[in-house]
Design a protein. Sequence first.
Length: 248
Amino acid sequence: MISSGLKAQIKYMIVSILVIGTIVAVLAIPFFRQELSVYITIIALGASLALQKYIASFVGHFVIRWSSTFDIGDRIRIGSIKGDVRHVGLFHIILDEVGDDEKMGGELTGRLLHIPNLLVLDQPVLNYSKDYSIKDKLIASGYIFDEIRIPLKPTSDVKRAVKILEELLWAENSTFMKQAQKVFGEDEVPNFFHDLQSGPKITIHIDEERIWIKGRFVTTIKARNELKTKISLEFIERIRGDTNILIN
């Protein structure tokens, strides 16, 4: 039995050979029938203009494959489009759409997006699933930095709130560090692993109505919302009954 993956590879190979073979045959005609060279040139120019997007998408397929920009299962962003890669075809990519920020941030929306490969050639591509190891080798990590933001009233004890959040994030970072060492080993951990060794990073932002304390933490791509909820609930539990820390 031939696997579906092998069947797809064979199909892509046959179609690619046919397409490339057709292009080569058309370009070779003028060398054998010089009287047709003018017509072939006009036809080739017309076809290239009419099919330029398809040609660009066809080329984009090989750019994706050869450069390992992303693979099946990776979570990526192309321009303003975000999703999990489900299929990389000769002319298009299929993504499971993922919501962003306020609109279903990090959660699957249930919709499929069909994206032409040509977007990879002229749009920035962010791959959430890969990171550089300490040897500057592209590896799949599955972990990203995320941020939790907590709004406080201006009269709150900000120093105590920062300390509580720092303790919660330190516990999560310590868990990640242990997991990462098991998964990647001592010498192949992602670069951002070393940022955690000095402890959580907490920043403070002040606007007209509230004081924001922001903390960075590491999470798996698929579980970022669950972990953010967990940290938020633990923070609320820690300040319960404390009138010196009020969430705005």
